[in-house]
Design a protein around this ligand. Structure first.
Ligand code: NAD
Ligand code: DAU
Length: 339
């Protein structure tokens, strides 16, 4: 399938978070014809430094909330597409306090869909593989676009709810929407509360890494740059009303990832602590991205996980000023939870 005309003006929500900011960099570096407006509320997970230094004629930053309908009325007209990344994204936080997840993930998506409907703007929805629940370690199947929704956590249930709103707004009101469900991302600018950055920055600050449960839970890792290229492919070539799963065949259990980190960082293989498991902890995620690859011709470029991990470790080592201000608060919260 060929690329439709590249959008001239896109509104990227959550563009100061981990994956959203990587997408903004990707667009600036690869699609000179496209201007980006970033809408971000700068919660604890948003950092304007993630997009600082990008050319002012390519990227405009608007500080605001996706639940603010008046702001959306002013902002959405004039854009060709909305790419919706903004969310409360961390499972452990959703277990401690689900309320912000309901507000941002469900109400926020509703507000954006209403704006997309009112101003007839193309809408792409960023979602997660977690909406499908989990798989047993020995299940030969992976998630496909046909897998029934079966979310487990407050976070994933609000993401599932938001996906269903998108489907309804497309079918009922004809909103020109697509959805993508991606697996676990890694790379630069990821908050230190998440698994890989937490372990790297623990080692860099003399704290022992922490592994939940038995360490055998499996995640399907993809470099965030590959997520960005997949989203661009769907935005420009995807069929309206369709869902595409994004994954890079990166299944690994947590203890294997941690052992890689310890080895690259010159630590003994047993230099970590076992900690309390996450309640309701999903066992395994695995994505079959055949539809995206065969229908739209996308393929991941960063298929060497170990190399991607080494570059990510180097990035955190060289950017202490980026993560140090949030490290102590994050670890204090984990300590309170026994993790
Ligand atoms: P993140 O937590 O790093 O960033 C979220 C961003 O959204 C932050 O900049 C935050 O300030 C902003 N935000 C939160 N509430 C807002 C609101 N009400 N209004 C405006 N902005 C708000 O998240 P992430 O890991 O980059 O995830 C981005 C998206 O990708 C989410 O929708 C998530 O569900 C999805 N996703 C994440 C992964 C992953 O591995 N991290 C995998 C698949 C899908
Ligand atoms: O699958 C996509 C999802 O990936 C996204 O939708 C979420 O936004 C994103 O946060 C991520 O969710 P996970 O819960 O899989 O990611 P997290 O980094 O929190 O944890 C990864 C695995 O590592 C999980 O099995 C829990 C475990 N873990 C996590 C932390 C923070 C540990 O063992 N120790 C830790 O310190």
């Amino acid at each position: 399938m060929t690329e439709t005309c590249a959008p001239k003006n896109i509104l990227v929500t959550g563009g100061c978070g981990f994956i959203g900011s990587n997408f903004v960099h990707y667009v600036v570096n690869n699609h000179p014809e496209t201007h980006v407006t970033v809408l971000d509320a700068l919660t604890y997970a948003g950092n304007p430094a993630n997009i600082a230094g990008l050319p002012a004629d390519r990227v405009e930053f608007v500080h605001g909330d996706i639940c603010d309908a008046d702001l959306l009325d002013r902002l959405v007209p004039g854009h060709d597409a909305i790419v919706h990344y903004a969310a409360e994204s961390h499972n452990d936080n959703s277990i401690a306090n689900p309320e912000p997840f309901l507000r941002t993930n469900v109400e926020g998506t509703y507000r954006l869909l209403e704006a997309a409907r009112k101003y007839d703007v193309r809408y792409h929805h960023i979602s997660t593989d977690e909406v499908y629940g989990d798989l047993a370690l020995d299940d030969p199947n992976r998630f496909t676009e046909q897998t029934p929704y079966h979310p487990s956590s407050p976070y994933s249930s609000t993401k599932a709810a938001s996906d269903l709103l998108v489907r309804a707004w497309h079918r009922t009101y004809g909103v020109r929407a697509t959805i993508s469900n991606c697996s676990n991302n890694y790379g630069p600018y990821q908050h230190v509360e998440k698994f890989i950055p937490r372990q790297i920055t623990n080692i860099l600050t003399g704290i022992r890494p922490k592994l939940y449960g038995d360490g055998l839970n499996v995640r399907d890792w993809i470099h965030t740059d590959d997520h960005s290229s997949a989203v661009w492919t769907i935005l420009t070539k995807g069929r309206i009303g369709e869902t595409y799963l994004i994954g890079a065949d990166g299944e690994r259990n947590n203890i294997t990832v941690l052992r890689d980190i310890l080895e690259v960082m010159g630590q003994p293989a047993d230099a970590f602590d076992w900690v309390k498991d996450r309640p309701g902890h999903d066992r395994r995620y695995a994505i079959d991205s055949t539809k995206l690859r065969t229908e739209l011709g996308w393929a991941p470029e960063h298929t060497d996980f170990r190399k991607g991990l080494e570059r990510t470790i180097a990035w955190y080592t060289e950017h202490r000023d980026w993560w140090e201000p949030t490290k102590a608060t994050t670890e204090a919260r984990y300590q309170q939870q026994g993790q």
